[in-house]
Design a protein around this ligand. Structure first.
Ligand SMILES: C[S@@+](CC[C@H](N)C(=O)[O-])C[C@H]1O[C@@H](n2cnc3c(N)ncnc32)[C@H](O)[C@@H]1O
Length: 287
């Protein structure tokens, strides 16, 4: 892995820099996540509903890639997944566009004495061309790739960074989330209810900031990757269960909602159902 050149280059302007419009949006998104990094391990970023989806990604990565594999985490947040995989014996490079998030991942690696297997780098998915090295697997959890202005460029860089036969495991925010439509429509917030159906980039508020977000159907997402990757599988995450911001419902009736969680586990991979949900989890293999 070559990170030093990156450290010198990532703040300079070059022909590699994205157009100014994208850059302004990327900075909005960065500020939004910087602003929540301090409490991201609490209910906002790691509540029961999130942990349930996190568990599915952990199982999927473990099934696809043997312990000892070299992994790249795109949009690592505070490093919860990266630390888990490093603890299990994987070698992880964790990256994120928010410097505050990266700082927390570094602190986590030091506190857990995992620095020999876990390093963190301040790098946006739009800057992957600055990263060197070769990986067996690349994963991304809870939507960092929904913030990428050019998904095709991300796909191309993933193809460069991944060994032939290597694996991608991504959890991505989908377009069809019945819970969300019902939740906002009942409150007569029809614009918010339909935000995921919008074409192109959408502005989504968080903590007084804006996250610029692209939503995808699984097939729209895969289209950006298909020239370099075959489709392994995909499944819905939190289709029967509500999205994480409705965790209060879950807390009032955990047993009832756990039953819905079991429906997600059982039926989330079925044709038709797998195209819906708060997120989808997609697995692809380098050709
Ligand atoms: C919902 S959080 C998920 C964090 C982490 N993967 C997890 O599972 O807890 C989304 C993360 O994506 C990061 N992010 C947003 N835009 C990004 C970009 N352009 N490049 C890389 N990371 C980005 C944010 O800083 C944030 O840490």
């Amino acid at each position: 892995m070559q990170i030093d050149p990156l450290a010198r280059r990532q703040h300079t302007t070059s022909p590699d820099t994205p157009p100014a419009f994208d850059e302004a949006r990327l900075l909005d998104t960065q500020r939004a996540f910087d602003s929540v990094a301090a409490d991201y391990d609490g209910p906002r970023g790691n509540n029961e509903l999130i942990q349930r989806m996190r568990g599915t990604l952990w199982q999927t990565v473990a099934r696809e890639l043997p312990v000892g594999s070299r992994l790249l985490d795109l949009g690592c947040g505070t490093g919860l997944d990266a630390a888990e995989f490093a603890q299990r014996g994987y070698h992880v490079v964790a990256s994120d566009w928010s410097p505050e998030m990266v700082e927390r991942t570094r602190d986590r690696a030091v506190a857990a004495r995992l620095t020999s297997r876990l390093s963190a780098v301040h790098l946006g998915v739009q800057q992957l061309h600055l990263l060197g090295g070769r990986f067996d697997g690349i994963y991304s959890n809870f939507g960092p790739l929904n913030c990428a202005p050019d998904l095709g460029a991300v796909a191309q860089e993933c193809a460069r960074l991944l060994r032939p036969g290597g694996t991608l495991v991504f959890s991505v925010m989908g377009r069809i989330c019945p819970w969300e439509v019902a939740h906002y429509a009942l409150r007569r917030r029809f614009g918010r209810a339909g935000v995921r159906f919008g074409r192109g980039v959408q502005s989504v508020g968080m903590n007084g900031h804006t996250i610029w977000t692209w939503y995808y159907l699984p097939r729209e997402f895969y289209a950006a990757f298909e020239s370099h990757f075959t489709l392994g599988s995909y499944r819905a995450l939190s289709l029967f269960l509500p999205p994480p911001y409705m965790v209060d419902r879950y807390r009032r009736r955990p047993a009832r909602y756990e039953r819905l969680g079991r429906l997600d586990d059982r039926f989330g991979g079925l044709p038709g159902l797998r195209d819906m949900g708060d997120h989808f989890l997609i697995v692809m293999h380098r050709r």
